[in-house]
Structure formats: C-alpha cells, structure tokens
Design a protein around this ligand. Structure first.
Ligand code: 1GP
Length: 251
C-alpha cells in the first residue's frame, strides 16, 4: 500500500515539488481520460486529484477504476461533498474549510459521514482547506456559503494556516477556486509557507508553467491544475517540467 502522506513529507524535506492534475468526473469521458493518463504518465505527474465542488455525475467509482487500471500514479480524492468517497482511490483529503465559518464544512458533514469514511479503508489525510478570493465568485465560494480570504490579506491566510497546523491538520490546501480569474499571489503563499511546517497544496486559476514555478519558489509543495488542462491537455508536460525544476530554487 502506498503511503501518500509519508511521501509528501519526505519530498518536502528534500525541497522536492509535486504536480497534481485535477480530474472533474463531470468533464471526462473514457476516451479523454485515456489520453490524459498517457500524457500524465509521460510527463511524470505525481498525483491525480479527483473531485469537485459540484459533481453531478454518478460515475466517480468508474473514473477511478479506469485510472487505476492503466496507471500507477496515485489517485487522491478531493471531495466537494461526503458523497465523493470511493474505496478505489489511494487516499482522501479530509477537508475542513478552516477559512470559512460554516460549521457544516468545518465539522458537521464529517460527523455525518465518519463511519462511512472510516469503513472505506482509504488513507485519510486531515487537510486545512483555505479558500482565497479568486476575483469573481467561484463555485467553491458560492457552494460553501462562507466568505473566502480576501486575496490581499496575507495575515488572515497565515494565521488560519497556523491555527490549522496547531489543530493537527497534516496539510494546508490554499485554493482560489476552480477557474479563478486571479490565482493566489506568491506573496500570500510565501507568508503561509514561512509560518507552517506541513506541506502546502496550491491551486485555482493556475494556467501556465511560469505561475506554477513561481508558486513553488514561494513555498508551495504541490501545484494543482484542473481547468487549464481540460482546455489544453498539452500543458501537462510544460507545467510538470516547471514544477519539478523548481526543486533547487527553494533553499
Ligand atoms: C480547484 O485547485 C483546484 O479546486 C484547481 O483549480 O481548475 O482552476 O486549475 P483550476
């Protein structure tokens, strides 16, 4: 069995950066998924994240089974709701929306789904989820019914991340929301990275290799890209290269 979290911690020790491709089960077909996997394998993508704020389709299990059948790239669930749990994945980001003040997304949904999540046998990774304003309202900011962190308030982001770490979260996920007009600034990523020791995932509105590289330099450990790759799958190769080349730049 793979130890996803252990691997992330190990990579962080070595200042090694990872690239995760986000798959929205609603926007893939078996044939687009096949092409994506081929590209991702060649580009040495580190993880597939699967999920979304709104998953309308009911074929989550099938999508993950198809992935597992053809690739050894680990599959990590990034659930928008407790229904997005599949025993076929390798791990689950157990998200608590610590930037919001909606009790349901901080703890309520977790209580209701706890027995089911535990029974899944998945590696569960407690994750402090911080949603940052991405310019225009994103699906996550609407669905969560919680105000995102203003994009220029680095202090709020860093205090939220520090609190999350001290509460025992194992990861921080900073997200400007899928398709964000404005991705998270490097200065905010840097402020958070200087104040927590746990690995930091950054995503939302990243559309080019330069931004991915700069985010890694600023302190991101994992870069997540969904939308941009859906539009142009060939970006996988360039972004993966940019992320992996940022290793030496950190220290
Ligand atoms: C969204 O962080 C992810 O939750 C990825 O966002 O689809 O904009 O790449 P994009």
């Amino acid at each position: 069995k793979i130890d996803i979290y252990g691997g992330l911690v190990e990579k962080k020790k070595n200042a090694q950066k990872s690239f995760a491709v986000l798959i929205d089960p609603d926007s893939v077909t078996p044939s687009t998924l096949d092409k994506l996997v081929t590209l991702a394998t060649t580009a040495r993508v580190d993880y597939f994240f699967v999920g979304g704020s709104l998953v309308l389709s009911t074929h989550l299990d099938e999508v993950i089974q198809q992935l597992k059948a053809v690739t050894t790239i680990p599959v990590v669930l990034f659930p928008g709701s407790p229904s997005q749990v599949s025993k076929y994945a390798d791990a689950l980001l157990y998200l608590s929306l610590i930037s919001g003040r909606n009790p349901e997304l901080l703890i309520g949904q977790h209580v209701l789904s706890a027995p089911f999540v535990k029974k899944s046998g998945l590696e569960i990774i407690p994750t402090g989820y911080i949603v940052v304003d991405g310019g225009a309202p994103t699906t996550v900011s609407y669905i969560s019914n919680a105000a995102p962190v203003p994009s220029d308030k680095n202090d709020i982001a860093l205090c939220t991340a520090m609190a999350g770490e001290m509460l025992g979260m194992k990861l921080i996920y900073m997200d400007a929301g899928s398709g964000a007009q404005k991705p998270i600034t490097e200065s905010m990523i840097g402020a958070v990275a200087k104040n927590v020791d746990i690995p930091i995932i950054v995503g939302g509105g990243i559309t080019d290799p330069e931004k991915a590289y700069l985010n890694c330099k600023a302190g991101a450990d994992v870069i997540v890209v969904g939308n941009a790759i859906e539009k142009d799958p060939s970006l996988i190769t360039e972004i993966s290269h940019a992320v992996h080349s940022a290793k030496a730049a950190k220290v």
